[in-house]
Structures are given as structure tokens and as C-alpha cells.
Design a protein around this ligand. Structure first.
Ligand SMILES: [Ca+2]
Length: 272
């Protein structure tokens, strides 16, 4: 009788387990997905601060000196300012770098850069879309004009657009000279890219949906080995692996601005 009761209890326990285990798995699955991302995002800032060296910081608490390439001061340079010397594209106002690109007149988005010089490391930036122009966006990333075979030295970027965030490897993608030359003809003829080129370029980038607004945000953009990651306000937004991200010298940190954006507190950290 006692043996029968024990068998019955075990049967009920097993039946319960069969129901509870999948239920727990179902309930915990979202946390299992979120936790590594949350942990990584917090880790990226602490990784830079603990393992890295702060090699540059600018809080922009000064006035600019004219409109030309070095007007911002503190080592900043512009690849596009001297094309339109009569137009102020970078205004230091109230401790904020306010950028308004003369893209049409200069024939290029405003390109502002500073020495960086790391293999692994990253940048911390406060930014805000002020709502002064339509479709405000911001591209920031890394450039090395000393390595041959890359158009204008464009290595890799994040692009913050009104509806999404992209991470892209330009070095082994669209800015690789062989790929660029092959792609250019199709673009000029407005033809679809051949399947192999299209498939290759799709591996070089990732995009996730993200909604831009007109508030201040803290951004952390890092490269670690062949991975690039971007976090906004302490949350990992996107990560992607591609061989170009592991380029040994991110010589410049660059902003490319097609219209208007405000920037403050730029920090560059070198880990390796
Ligand atoms: Ca400031």
C-alpha cells in the first residue's frame, strides 16, 4: 500500500515536471535573450573605462575660431570646411558643438575628424538631433587614409537614421576599391547588382530599427576584434562581425553629417 502511494506520488511529480519545465522555459526565454545583450551594453562602457586608456576628451567649452578646417580647435580637423570658407558649418555655442553641413555647396556631407589610433577601443559621444532640418542623421566611425586600396580611407561606421541604426564595414565592403569600381558601373546604369556582389555586401552590414527623437543621448561605439557594437543610453542596440572591423589602426575618429546635429563630451578610449 505504502509502495503504491510512493509510485503514485512519483507519477504526479513527473506529470507536474512535464508541464512546469516547458512553461519555465517559455517564461524565461525572453530573459535569456535579453540578459547577454544588457550585460554587453553595460560592459562596453566599463570595458573602455577599465581596460582602456582615455586618449582624448572634448567638452567643447570654448568658442570656435572662424570657419576653416581647424576652426573647432583641440586637434579637430575638417575635410570639407575649406571647400566653403564663407559658410559656418561648426558652431561652438554654450559648450556644445552645433554642426550644420553645407552639403549642397560643398558637394559632400560635413566630415569632421580627430586622431584616434587604436585597434580595439571606441568612442563615447553625447548627441542630439535638434530638429532644425528634415531627416536628421549622423554617421560616425573610423578612417585610415594611410592604408591603400580603400576609397578615402573609410573603414567602418555606424549610421543613425530617423528609423534605424546601421553598423557597416566599408573597408572590405563598398569602399574597397575593387568592389567600389565593380559596383560603380551598376549604380551609374541604375541596374541591380549581380547576385554575388549583392550577397557579399549584405554580409558587411546590419541594420536594426530605432526611433530617432530630439533628446540628448549617450552613445558608445566600439570595435573589439572583428566585431563592432553600438550602445545608446546604456543599451546595446546593434552588433555585427566583419573582417574590416579588425583593421589594426583606426587612425581617425570621424563624424559625417549630412544636415544638422549637436555633439558634446566626445571621449576616445584605446584598449589595444
Ligand atoms: Ca559641453
Amino acid at each position: 500500500m505504502a509502495e503504491n502511494r510512493a509510485t503514485e506520488r512519483r507519477r504526479v511529480e513527473l506529470a507536474c515536471l512535464k508541464v512546469v519545465t516547458p512553461l519555465l522555459r517559455y517564461l524565461l526565454f525572453p530573459f535569456a535573450l535579453c540578459l547577454p545583450f544588457g550585460a554587453t551594453a553595460a560592459d562596453d562602457l566599463s570595458w573602455l573605462m577599465k581596460s582602456g586608456t582615455l586618449i582624448f576628451h572634448d567638452a567643447f567649452e570654448r568658442e570656435e575660431d572662424g570657419n576653416l578646417a581647424k576652426a573647432i580647435g583641440n586637434g579637430w580637423n575638417s575635410a570639407t570646411a575649406d571647400r566653403v570658407p564663407a559658410i559656418k558649418q561648426a558652431d561652438l555655442d554654450g559648450g556644445i558643438l552645433k554642426l550644420a553641413s553645407a552639403s549642397k555647396e560643398a558637394g559632400h556631407s560635413a566630415h569632421i575628424h580627430h586622431e584616434a589610433g587604436f585597434a580595439d577601443g571606441g568612442v563615447v559621444v553625447r548627441f542630439k538631433f535638434p530638429g532644425l532640418t528634415k531627416g536628421e542623421s549622423l554617421q560616425l566611425g573610423f578612417v585610415d587614409r594611410e592604408t591603400k586600396g580603400i576609397h578615402a580611407g573609410h573603414l567602418c561606421y555606424t549610421l543613425l537614421a530617423p528609423g534605424n541604426v546601421t553598423l557597416i564595414d566599408h573597408k572590405t565592403g563598398v569602399m574597397n576599391l575593387e568592389i567600389r569600381n565593380r559596383r560603380q558601373g551598376y549604380l551609374e546604369r541604375r541596374e541591380a547588382l549581380p547576385a554575388d556582389l549583392d550577397a557579399l555586401l549584405k554580409t558587411k552590414q546590419t541594420s536594426v530599427s530605432w526611433k530617432a527623437d530630439e533628446k540628448w543621448h549617450d552613445l558608445v561605439l566600439i570595435t573589439e576584434g572583428d566585431e563592432m557594437r553600438i550602445s545608446i543610453d546604456g543599451k546595446l542596440v546593434a552588433r555585427h562581425r566583419s573582417e574590416g572591423f579588425s583593421h589594426p589602426v583606426k587612425r581617425w575618429f570621424s563624424f559625417l553629417v549630412p544636415n544638422t546635429v549637436w555633439i558634446d563630451d566626445v571621449k576616445i578610449y584605446k584598449v589595444r
